[in-house]
Design a protein. Structure first.
Length: 275
């Protein structure tokens, strides 16, 4: 069973900001982005203190170098996918053993694109989640309803996905800290995210349920799906942070989001609410 990942300060972070670069950047552009983000992170008080857990998920070939660049700035890197076996005659796949060996600390699982394009179901995602736990990686488990309905409908749909995946991982003897990325499929790639009220209602329900599950006491829920600057300050404290895509391709936009997240942490601290 993997242990909860904590910042260098030894305490749990108050907010989580993750970025998936998908397949938009080439090798050189990815490293340039990482260097720019590392410069921002190393000077950002909330990242340096460990209040913000910052990570990026580049393409596999760039992971080792990206992890080294980001690690020195108090941030981290991970993989956008992971295979369910650690090694073997599995042409083209990348397992958790090598992801961890090159410095990866996270593994994204269950994204809607993996479900839609590659046909991955809850069982496959559960096997991949178990592989992340087994190799000391934090799985970033993406869940989300395909069409917009009520917040209650979304909570029910996402709880079914979470339980199916984590139950499969647990059946393999694996559990640990999980970052659940709530990404309603209808908001991915849209012009705007879901409304703050809708996000807060869904994530509050998911957060409350997640913490009741075995081994998930340290797990958190973040929001993705066209998330960008201006959003984090409008969300309920149950929303631990954001999972970013294209709106973080500009490092300056990411800096704005980190600043907004830091301000939110201070505001919640002033009201006695843990971020």
């Amino acid at each position: 069973m993997s242990l909860p990942v904590k910042p260098a300060t030894g305490r749990a972070s108050k907010a989580i900001i993750g970025v998936s670069l998908k397949m938009y950047f080439g090798y050189g552009r990815t490293l340039e982005w990482c260097r720019e983000v590392a410069t921002i992170a190393s000077a950002h008080p909330a990242v340096r203190s460990g209040d913000i857990e910052l990570f990026a998920l580049p393409a596999h070939p760039v992971l080792a170098e990206a992890a080294q660049i980001l690690r020195h700035a108090g941030a981290a890197a991970g993989a956008q996918d992971i295979f369910w076996e650690d090694e073997g005659a599995l042409t083209g796949e990348v397992g958790g053993k090598i992801i961890a060996e090159v410095g990866g600390q996270y593994a994204e699982v269950g994204h809607a694109e993996r479900r839609r394009i590659f046909g991955e179901d809850d069982d496959v995602i559960g096997f991949k989640t178990a592989a992340a736990y087994r190799n000391g990686l934090t799985p970033v488990l993406c869940v989300g309803e395909p069409v917009r309905g009520t917040a209650a409908d979304a909570v029910r749909h996402c709880i079914r996905e979470i339980e199916a995946v984590l139950n499969r991982a647990e059946s393999l003897g694996q559990a640990g800290r999980t970052i659940v990325a709530y990404e309603p499929q209808w908001a991915i790639g849209a012009a705007a995210p879901a409304t703050p009220e809708y996000i807060s209602a869904v994530v509050t329900g998911l957060d409350a349920h997640l913490r009741t599950l075995p081994g998930q006491a340290h797990s958190r829920v973040i929001y993705g799906g066209s998330a960008g600057p201006g959003l984090i300050g409008q969300l309920d404290s149950a929303v631990a942070g954001l999972f970013l895509g294209r709106f973080a391709h500009d490092p300056n936009a990411l800096k704005t989001i980190l600043d907004e997240t830091g301000a939110r942490i201070e505001l919640l601290a002033g009201t006695g609410v843990h971020a």
